[in-house]
Design a protein around this ligand. Structure first.
Ligand SMILES: [Zn+2]
Length: 406
């Protein structure tokens, strides 16, 4: 029964139409779809999209579609509009039109929507916790770093390790996952594309529990002839087997938000904290202190993994003076002020001095904003905060290799 063509549809009426017309059924009526990586893919019924049969994708969980060629996407109504070249109302009619919704149907629609939402949330919370436990087992199984390939790799970069170094460990065979694969029963799982030696460290959450892993894959490079010297160790070069794209040899898995890597931890509660983005950055500053014979018994050296995690969320964004987006508009970067709803890293109350390390090899404005944001966020009465910048184009490890005291 089609009623009241003129007035607007209510949210329930829209939801009713979508529940009666599942995206997979409607899209499957237009084009031939196959399952791939938890979604359906096939030639695009709108543009033909034959260049690649994977450019038209249907996501049953979100009841949505997207075509990279069109480029367009949306819900089932949008799909009918595009394929049948009709307006919104035309699409609604083709999908069976608006049907009077009684209280029982309304209840049903609500329950179905809730069921999907709860399933989605539970799924992701369960998945995250299972992943965290898997990573924790890997962390427990990892070897102490001294006398391993990872220690030699760091030494090769001029970096020293503390005698007692529980924050960094070594995995002789760490799997590198990229993308997903589907077995013949349609179940998807992460796709392992590489396995090899890796330096690993634990992200410690603000409550002190294990959150995830930071991994750096390494490889041994054997020189082609003897004059080139001894085998050296480098970050592994990992390629996507499908595209040949060079992938990052570092990976962060699990939850790192608000979590830190305790690269060097003093025996006592730290009074001073050196805080940087990367492990090698803070190790470079540690090494410079050791080489200069400075007292470090009260110093902690932490890595945050990335700038965003180091400084926490910003209150807003500002336009970049030179970087542009593809459409010519300026790129926007997180500003200098902390979002008060994000506590950032859990800095111990014992810390009286924080030294923030700003690498010079990332974008200057982005780095400056992050450093100032961190300084504002972590300031306390009686606490000194210093910001140390590496010269433009260098990180602290380059500085150490160049023989300049940090
Ligand atoms: Zn298309």
């Amino acid at each position: 029964m089609i009623i009241q063509r003129s007035s607007r549809l209510t949210a329930d009426e829209l939801e009713d139409i979508k529940q009666r017309n599942l995206i997979a059924d409607v899209a499957g009526g237009y084009t031939k779809l196959r399952k791939a990586g938890g979604r359906l893919v096939g030639p695009c019924p709108v543009c033909g999209g034959r260049a690649s049969s994977q450019r038209f994708e249907v996501f049953e969980k979100d009841a949505s579609w997207v075509c990279a060629v069109c480029p367009d996407g949306g819900d089932v109504i949008r799909l009918v509009e595009k394929v049948e070249n009709v307006d919104f109302r035309g699409a609604i009619e083709r999908l069976g039109g608006r049907v009077e919704i009684d209280a029982a149907r309304q209840r049903e629609i609500f329950e179905e929507r809730e069921r999907k939402r709860v399933a989605r949330e539970k799924n992701s919370a369960d998945y995250r916790e299972a992943e965290r436990k898997r990573l924790f087992r890997a962390w427990k199984s990892a070897m102490p770093i001294h006398d391993t390939i990872a220690a030699r790799y760091l030494k090769g970069r001029g970096l020293q390790l503390p005698d007692h170094c529980p924050g960094l460990k070594f995995l002789p065979l760490a799997p590198y996952f990229h993308g997903e694969e589907i077995d013949d029963r349609g179940r998807k799982s992460p796709r392992k594309i590489h396995s090899g030696p890796a330096m690993c460290s634990a992200f410690i959450r603000p409550d002190g529990t294990f959150g995830g892993l930071h991994l750096t894959w390494l490889k041994v490079v054997t020189p082609s002839n003897e004059t080139e010297g001894r085998p050296s160790l480098l970050k592994a070069m990992i390629l996507d087997p499908d595209t040949g794209e060079i992938l990052n040899s570092k990976k962060m898995r699990g939850s790192k938000v608000g979590a830190h890597i305790a690269v060097v931890q003093p025996d006592q509660a730290p009074r001073r904290l050196v805080l940087g983005e990367g492990i090698e950055t803070v190790l470079a500053v540690f090494t410079a202190h050791v080489m200069a014979g400075r007292f470090i018994g009260d110093m902690a050296f932490w890595a945050a993994g990335d700038l965003g995690n180091l400084a926490g969320r910003a209150s807003g964004t500002i336009p970049h003076p030179t970087l542009k987006r593809p459409n010519g508009h300026p790129q926007r970067v997180p500003d200098r002020y902390p979002d008060p709803d994000d506590p950032g890293l859990a800095i111990p109350d014992s810390v009286e001095e924080i030294i923030l390390l700003g690498d010079g090899d990332s974008d200057r404005l982005l780095t400056e904003c992050a450093m100032e944001r961190a300084a504002r966020r972590y300031t306390r009465p009686g606490r000194i905060i210093r910001i140390a910048y590496a010269p433009e184009g260098m990180d602290f490890n380059d500085l150490l290799c160049a023989g300049v005291p940090a």
